[in-house]
Design a binder for this molecule. Structure first.
Ligand code: UD1
Length: 349
């Protein structure tokens, strides 16, 4: 019997990575997770252990630390990496551009250097639909023009360019650049999910926090967009579909020895008001909201043409808006304080 292929996951305890970790184990891969918990909780590891029935192999380390990354590659026979570790808040990136470039670009360079030294040449990179800037045509195809409007988006564009240059320089490299649309939902157990620190920037975690009574009202950023009901339209994708997209991309790299740049979305656009209604139905809770002015930098509509991923990876999103809302709600209602456990909350102060 062949030994399982070991995959390095950076940013492993984050929202998308934790779901991908489970999907990789289910697909028969071994996983080594690396995270410095800068925006995640060690409790994720406990949850992953319970869900998978296996003790996670994990190294607490910063992906920007060359010695720590070298040690990971020395210790484990890594065959491929999925690189999630990055900062991701658009507003914060405008306030702290240096931190964003240092972490997002520096982390990618450090990882690629360690991979080069150890002759590991298969890499899945977390890119984002943000690289399409303000899209001129919908649905968005992978050959659409690229641009960035903030430092976070710029780090994703730079990351893509670094990897393209690397693959051009050395054909041994196979890269999957995956452009995520709007990940929402949670594992169907409700035991892992999205746990933003502070006030959520994104729509779904804000809605779930209103539903659970942590926040009074949602602000809907603008109802004068060029969309059917005037509110912004996005391509929401269930995080488990997204995780399965990573498994499909990894298989493509390892089996076909080819690179790919692909959208991971459903191809369906939904407005803010549609999402609110779907969530109210799934949760039985009312979401009070106010219409407020637009958020700077937001676009009217953004949704993927997901054809390429279907053709090349044989992957497509299968979970609908109802499932996304039901699973987000299960996670939030089972974990009103996210990964902050009762134990922590009751700890003597
Ligand atoms: C945002 C980022 C994008 C990043 C992605 C990561 C911006 C401008 N874009 O995408 O770069 O890759 O998150 O997940 O921040 N909305 C409200 N009220 C809220 C929050 C959002 O009405 O409290 C609306 C927005 O105007 C938008 C939609 O909901 O129409 C989705 O917003 P969000 O979840 O923040 O995602 P994006 O803006 O698409």
């Amino acid at each position: 019997m062949r030994a399982p292929t070991t995959v390095l996951l950076t940013g492993a305890t984050g929202y998308i990575a934790s779901h991908t970790w489970l999907a990789l184990l289910e697909a028969g891969f071994d996983v080594v997770g690396v995270d410095n918990f800068s925006n995640s909780s060690p409790e994720v590891l406990t949850r992953l252990h319970a869900l998978s029935g296996r003790a996670p192999t994990f190294v607490e380390a910063d992906v920007c630390d060359p010695a720590a990354m070298e040690a990971v590659f020395q210790r484990h026979r890594v065959a491929a990496a999925v690189h999630f570790a990055a900062f991701k808040a658009v507003g914060e990136s405008a306030e702290k551009p240096l931190a964003y470039y240092a972490n997002n670009v520096g982390g990618l360079l450090t990882l690629c250097e360690a991979m080069t030294r150890h002759q590991v040449h298969a890499l899945v990179f977390s890119s984002s639909a943000t690289v399409y800037g303000k899209p001129k045509e919908l649905p968005i195809r992978e050959d659409a023009p690229l641009s960035s409007t903030n430092p976070y988006g710029a780090t994703k564009l730079i990351g893509e360019n670094i990897l393209r240059d690397l693959a051009n320089a050395d054909p041994a490299w196979n890269m999957a650049l995956l452009r995520y649309f709007n990940p929402v939902g949670a594992h169907e157990s409700g035991d892992i999910g999205e746990d933003p620190r502070g006030v959520p920037n994104n729509l779904m975690p804000y809605i779930t926090q209103v539903a659970v009574g942590q926040r009074a009202r949602l602000q809907v950023f603008g109802n004068d967009y060029d969309t059917p009901d005037g509110t912004g339209v996005r391509d929401y994708i269930h995080v488990v579909d997204l995780a399965e997209g990573h498994v499909a991309a990894l298989r493509y790299l390892l089996d076909r020895q080819q690179s790919i740049t692909a959208n991971l979305g459903t191809g369906q656009g939904h407005s803010v008001l549609e999402l609110i209604r779907a969530f109210e139905q799934a949760s039985g809770r009312r979401i009070d909201y106010d219409i407020v002015p637009r958020r700077p930098g937001d676009v009217d509509a953004s949704y993927a043409d997901p054809t390429l991923a279907h053709e090349l990876l044989n992957w497509r999103a299968t979970r609908d808006l109802q499932a996304m809302c039901a699973d987000s709600w299960r996670w939030q209602s089972k974990n009103p304080n996210g990964y902050q456990t009762l134990q922590t909350m009751n700890a003597p102060s």
